[in-house]
Design a protein around this ligand. Structure first.
Ligand code: ADP
Ligand code: MG
Length: 392
């Protein structure tokens, strides 16, 4: 069957999509900014190799219903769409008959979250809080306050390993820009007082946040995608959908299981910088699976790779001996925070920290390619790349 590839435009940037039939989102108001195109296909006879190629280019966790097992037509979603939001490619794959409205609703919700929580958008609530740092508290929406409070809780609980006030350090390195650089030690030392989370005050009474020192800023990069995954899943479920995979740039939320009742098979991304593909398969139902890894955003300078998760104590990218950590949990928000914390803490302290989260399981991949699993995940993870081995 002829498979045509086309671009869909969403949020101003072109995103590749493969589809049989596409139409403009019927929910787009006249004159509104570009909205997602609804792309549908039946899945029968679709050339899945081409789909895999597209997936592999974008995703860090791969829905193995496409990547690993493509023996039946039921492995193809009924409907699939990609959005370019939250600085990543978001793929929603629905395996039931679905009203197209679900895609408009999910898009609106994630766009709202981005609008409120983005560090890069000057009009976001988080940017307003930064603009008022050292001057006055800023009242937040209920959702943003909830996420900021979760982020502050885990910051305190992890002793500042996770640090919601890391913003100035992230900006200093320019890691989320086109021109990242290694700062001088003096610059790093200077910025350290601005990443002190004790200078962040929340007030439950008016849901406000106050950053005490001018120059401080909150960064929700390690939690916002996770929160968006939970919010998107709630919408998808509210439309009566029982089988779906939501992939927010490597933050995967699996809704139900596969249409035949079996578990979803999710590829765990090969974390070696410069390589691609997956190194193991995770089987899940109704779970979120989120990875933090060195490969996700990095740059090379003077023969060293510098990645995007920073140790606030040193001011440099974290070096706890890990290439990646994947957390499997009931909550995508929790999984997102915990994957970052565990990556920062390393295997030993990370496993101890996770003991307090009874629904969270972890896959740690060390930089000498050893894999450590928490006990609850041992039966649901299989290594597929024999350069990696299970730690004994
Ligand atoms: P990704 O966003 O690539 O999925 P993470 O969830 O681990 O990976 O989040 C990394 C992002 O979190 C960084 O890009 C940065 O914005 C922010 N960040 C970096 N270091 C820290 C830290 N120590 N604590 C909290 N957030 C951090
Ligand atoms: Mg995270």
């Amino acid at each position: 069957m002829d498979v045509r590839f086309m671009e869909i435009r969403s949020h101003g940037r072109a995103v590749a999509c493969c589809r049989r039939s596409c139409g403009t989102n019927p929910h787009q108001p006249a004159g509104a900014s570009p909205r997602p195109t609804i792309c549908t296909y039946t899945g029968v006879g679709v050339n899945s190799n081409k789909i895999i190629a597209l997936f592999s280019a974008f995703l860090f966790l791969i829905a193995a219903s496409c990547a690993c097992s493509r023996d039946t037509a039921t492995d193809q979603p009924n409907t699939q769409i990609r959005y370019d939001l939250l600085n990543t490619v978001i793929t929603i794959s629905i395996y039931d008959d679905a009203d197209d409205k679900v895609f408009g609703d999910v898009f609106d919700k994630i766009a709202e979250i981005e609008g409120a929580m983005s560090v890069t958008r000057p009009d976001s609530e988080i940017s307003q809080a930064a603009a008022m740092a050292g001057k006055s508290p800023v009242a937040l929406s209920d959702e943003t306050y909830f996420v900021v409070k979760e982020a502050l809780d885990i910051t305190v609980k992890s002793g500042g390993a996770f640090n919601l006030a890391i913003g100035p350090l992230v900006k200093l390195w320019g890691i989320n820009t086109d021109s990242p650089r290694v700062p001088d030690r003096a610059e790093i030392e200077q910025i350290k007082e601005l990443i002190d989370y004790n200078a962040v005050t929340l007030s439950d009474s008016d849901k406000s946040v106050y950053l005490e020192l001018a120059g401080m800023s909150i960064d929700l990069g390690a939690i916002a995608k996770g929160y968006a995954g939970d919010a998107a899943a709630e919408i998808v479920r509210s439309h009566g959908i029982k089988h779906a995979i939501l992939d927010l740039g490597g933050n995967v939320v699996a809704i139900g299981g596969r249409p035949d009742g079996s578990d979803w098979r999710i590829g765990v991304r090969n974390p070696i910088i410069g390589e691609s593909g997956y190194i193991g398969v995770l089987t899940v139902k109704d779970k979120a699976a989120v990875t933090s890894g060195v490969y996700e955003r990095y740059f090379e300078s003077g023969g060293h790779y510098y990645h995007h998760i920073f140790d606030g104590k040193t001011g440099y990218p974290a070096d706890a001996g890990l290439l990646s950590v994947t957390i499997v949990s009931d909550s995508s928000t929790e999984a997102d925070m915990l994957s970052t914390v565990a990556f920062l803490l390393g295997v030993g302290d990370g496993i101890v920290f996770l003991n307090d989260y009874e629904n969270a399981e972890a896959i740690f991949i060390t930089d000498d390619l050893e894999i450590f699993l928490t006990p609850g995940i041992k039966d649901s993870f299989t290594i597929t790349d024999d350069r990696f081995s299970l730690a004994t």
